[in-house]
Structures are given as C-alpha cells and as structure tokens.
Design a protein around this ligand. Sequence first.
Ligand code: 9D3
Length: 245
Amino acid sequence: MYFKVITLFPEMVLSLAKFGVVGRAIENNLASLEVLNPRDFSDDPNLRVDDRPYGGGPGMVMQFEPLQKAIQKARGNAARERVICLSAQGKPFQNADVERLDTYDNLILLAGRYEGIDERLIETEVDEEISIGDIVVSGGELPAMMVVDALIRHIPGALGHDESAQQDSFVDGLLDCPHYTRPESINDLSVPKVLLSGDHQAIQKWREKQSLGRTFQRRPELFEKLELSDEQKVLLQEYIQEQQN
Ligand code: 9D3
C-alpha cells in the first residue's frame, strides 16, 4: 500500500516511518510512505503556495495550482487510488473507515496549513474529506499521520504476534479493560486479586465486566449501540454494584 502525503512539513510526516509498528511495517515493505512538498511545485519566484482570501478576513488560503501539480505527481496508473483531504470540515475518522480504505493501493493524503485550501481544488481533485474529530489542531499533518498509522497497523503482518493476539479496542464496540503488571504491590495499590488467581474464565469475565462498565460510564453513545446478552447485563449490574462499595 502506497501512502503519499502532500505537506509543507515533510519531515514531520516522515518521522512516522522511524518508530514502532509503522516503522517496522515500512522496513518490511508492507507499506511505503512518500511525501511531496507543494512548495516544490510553485511557479512563484518566492515559491509562495498561499495567498489572501477572496472576500477578506484573517489568514491565508493554499492556492490551487501547486496542490494540483503535487497531486498529479502523486497519482499512479490505474491502481485503486483515492485522494483524501484532511480537514476539520470532513467526516470524522472511525475504525469503519479503516476497513473501507484498506482496499486502496495508492492513498494520496492532502495535509493543509493556514486557514484552508482553495475550494476548487477540493471540488476537482479530492475524493473525500476526513476529520479526526471535534478538536482544532494546527494543520493536516498529525491527522494524516493518524490515518496512515491506523491503516498500516491494519495490514496483515504489520502487528507482531503479541500485538495482534490482543483485539484492538472499538472493534467490538467496547472500551478496553484496565491492565496491570509487576510489581504486585505499589505502596497501598494492589492488583485485582482475580488477575493473580490463574482462573482464566474468571479473568475473562472480570475483563468483560470492566469493559462494559467503562463503556457505560465513559462513552454512553457507544454503549447505546451495544446489544447486550443476558450474561453481559448481569456483569454490568455487578460492575455498578461494586462501584458503590
Ligand atoms: C477559524 C476556523 N478554523 C477552522 C476550524 C481555522 C482552522 C483551524 C485549524 C483552519 C485550519 C486548521 C487546521 N486543521 C486541519 O487541517 C485539520 C483538522 C482539525 O483541525 N481538526 C480535526 N481534524 C482535522 S483534519 C485537518
């Protein structure tokens, strides 16, 4: 899978290839990450890529032409390809989008800076706009890196055995359970006894109970979508009861 990110800050995006799961996947040629700087496609004597907004107002707008040329360069031939603009105006990125986008061979990600991008570029070249949620960040780079990370870790073989054995949170619509490791006691803080019991069935039930309880308390909108089994309803009641003690 090819990822080509169009950005004024290429080093920022390339740092993704240096670390962890994504770094290893790229080393192992499961994916490749390339960057294109719109400044390299500017015809302006000062290599400008932005200009003042028509209609006035604060900030600058990224110009059509350097971005179009960068996208042209990033396009391959006939491969399943999609041009995605990272934008606060886009649809919020979710796990379902990972499943949908993992079928593309060539993903071109447009990371904007300044106030925005000339709308005509989005109309003519962009297939979809993606947001990372209702939070303002300074540009599209971190959002693009999140999309690349989420898609690469989803490629078969990208996760090591230990990493894949554990199901990713959200895949089953539940938040993850709490985790503990050595030492067994930290000052007054102990590890829940069941985790030391060796009773794998009891441990599994405890973890599911924690996941249900946390989802119920922290993410009511996720909880609403769940269809609880009778056993899960009992587990949740126990969780609520145990919280009151
Ligand atoms: C005055 C209006 N602001 C728009 C919400 C200004 C503005 C803020 C941040 C314009 C551009 C940006 C840069 N943000 C992104 O490029 C971005 C983003 C985000 O800020 N939040 C969530 N998802 C994304 S994806 C790209």
